[in-house]
Design a protein around this ligand. Structure first.
Ligand code: ZN
Length: 256
């Protein structure tokens, strides 16, 4: 499965935004370019006078407002990011010396944040507030976002009363706590352990984390939450296990 926000992690044509869902009601977000302004940096503007000038030198920032298309919600979101001119993919909006060019945007920040995962009913508020922080940081600082997802896992372990301190009163590391948790909830634990490894890479690895890494972690974490809290997914899993055990439809229905 590919995270629906992944197209937003890369440059996209300024007049063809990826499809976005409203963080409040999940309806589609409407983009009106009239409500988005862009400007060049001073250096970019100065470069137009240079004898070797070419459109690839043009860069700057954009800011604006996008709206939820659902008339009963109409959430308004502030968007901020970088702007550049690059070769057009096909026919572009700008023609210069016989070449087709287009304007491209890269998102850096939205307020309120675009949710990087949907919330399963039952996820504790303390855990969810850290996930929301991660959503806020996903574009502007992926390593920090990954740290917030890790903090959300610590908070989840607290909510399951997984021992926090060693006998010498020093804090236990997240890995050991997740291994304890694995004995209670093995299916969900696999997904949270994977998120923890990606977070380690962000904190200590040589490679910088990207927004795509954060989105992929969010997808794993969302699935872990579904396994923990989504009752219908649990019931389906129980039913499948009962059928597999009986090798037929069992006589008694699995209890709710
Ligand atoms: Zn909405």
């Amino acid at each position: 499965m590919v995270h629906k926000l992944i197209p937003l992690a890369d440059w996209f044509p300024a007049d063809s935004w990826p499809l976005l869902a409203c963080p409040d009601c999940s309806s589609g977000i409407t983009i009106d370019r009239q409500r988005i302004s862009q400007f060049e940096t001073f250096e970019s503007e100065e470069s137009h006078g240079h004898e070797d000038f070419e459109p690839l030198w043009v860069h700057g920032h954009f800011h604006g407002q996008v709206n939820c298309g659902n008339s009963r919600c109409q959430l308004r979101i502030v968007v901020v990011g970088d702007f550049k001119v690059d070769y057009a993919d096909g026919r572009g909006r700008i023609e210069y010396l016989g070449q087709q060019w287009d304007e491209y945007y890269k998102l850096k920040f939205t307020h309120p944040p675009m949710a990087i995962m949907s919330r399963a009913e039952g996820v504790p508020d303390e855990v969810w507030s850290l996930v929301t922080d991660a959503s806020r940081l996903a574009w502007v600082d992926p390593a920090a976002a990954s740290g917030r997802l890790r903090a959300a896992l610590e908070s989840l372990m607290d909510s399951f009363k997984i021992t926090k301190l060693k006998p010498n009163r020093k804090p236990r590391n997240l890995h050991d706590r997740l291994k304890d948790f694995e004995t209670k909830k093995p299916d969900a634990a696999q997904f949270f352990l994977a998120v923890k490894w990606v977070g380690n890479e962000g904190a200590h690895g040589n490679r910088g984390l990207t927004s795509v890494d954060v989105l992929e972690s969010a997808e794993l974490m969302e699935h872990g939450f579904q396994l923990l809290y989504n009752k219908s997914a649990q019931l389906l899993q129980k039913r499948a296990a009962a059928i597999n055990k009986a090798r037929r439809l069992p006589r008694t229905r699995t209890k709710k």
